[in-house]
Design a protein. Structure first.
Length: 289
């Protein structure tokens, strides 16, 4: 308890330095929170698209059921297909009616004979889409092939870019945070040199002198993590209605309270480690005990 009271007294005696340390830590963890939100959200979007039919093959009107079954067997034995669904003309009409139920004129113009039967196919790996598409295009009973390789590839590229930029930014801000906190705590150690010399003379151990500064660094980190997390969650909750309308059915939001609390726990742990590292480096640099 003596260490905590000493650390708190050190913080109160230099409020502007403490504020600087807390602000830089808050900025660091604000960026970390947003990075986690973006990374998890983009991963969920990619998983959503990967779980949907990625290749749609439309059959010619003269294709027989026997030919369709043969093509399905050929695709299923390739080992590249995660799932394959046959959509008949009648089922295609039901889907069309559901999609255009608010426009009676369009419903009157279309019958089951007009719409083609189709396969809806999901691949085991995104890389297999091109091969599956080429196989379908070569089939004499297939009239058209549509697949969303470009959508998934673009999302994957964006996610990789976000991951690389986010990690670089987090490493940079963490390094800046450590540097600033080392400087702040080092200045405090320099100012307390006379008191520290007296403590040594009366028998204080090295760790007895060091602990208040380490606790001070952890305090800066923890407060900064809580502030950064609170701001990021506030922004997320505020923008959730807009993002849900934009994503239109993609199950990304809302984020569960348990997930948010798990992120806070992770950030507090990371903040403690950064605080301990900063304080220990400052002690090694400025306090020769």
């Amino acid at each position: 308890m003596k260490f905590f009271s000493t650390a708190w007294r050190n913080i109160r005696r230099s409020p502007y330095q403490a504020l600087s340390a807390v602000l830089i830590m808050s900025l660091t963890f604000l960026v970390i929170s947003f990075f986690v939100f973006l990374l998890v959200g983009s991963s969920k979007i990619i998983n959503f698209f990967e779980s949907k039919p990625q290749v749609t093959a439309f059959f010619k009107n003269d294709a027989t059921q026997q030919q369709i079954n043969g093509l399905q067997n050929e695709l299923s034995t390739s080992g590249e297909i995660a799932s394959i669904k046959f959509v008949s003309k009648d089922e295609a009409l039901k889907i069309y009616k559901e999609q255009n139920k608010d426009d009676p004129l369009l419903l009157d113009l279309v019958t089951a004979d007009v719409l083609p039967a189709s396969f809806e196919i999901s691949a085991v790996k995104i890389e297999d889409l091109a091969g599956i598409s080429e196989t379908l295009k070569k089939s004499p009973i297939v009239s058209e092939v549509i697949y969303q390789r470009d959508v998934v590839s673009a999302l994957t590229s964006w996610t990789n870019a976000i991951r690389q930029i986010g990690l670089a930014l987090i490493i940079l801000l963490s390094a800046v945070s450590v540097f600033i906190m080392v400087t702040i705590i080092g200045v405090k150690i320099s100012r307390k040199k006379p008191d520290i010399e007296i403590m040594k003379l009366i028998g204080a151990t090295s760790w007895y002198i060091r602990w208040p500064f380490i606790i001070e660094g952890v305090t800066y980190g923890a407060i900064g993590a809580i502030i950064g997390w609170t701001i990021s969650v506030g922004v997320l909750l505020y923008t959730t209605p807009f993002l849900e309308s934009f994503l239109k059915g993609i199950p990304v939001l809302p984020v569960s309270l348990l997930s948010l609390l798990g992120l806070l726990a992770f950030e507090l742990l990371l903040a403690s480690l950064l605080g301990i590292l900063s304080s220990y480096l400052a002690v090694l640099r400025y306090l020769k005990t």
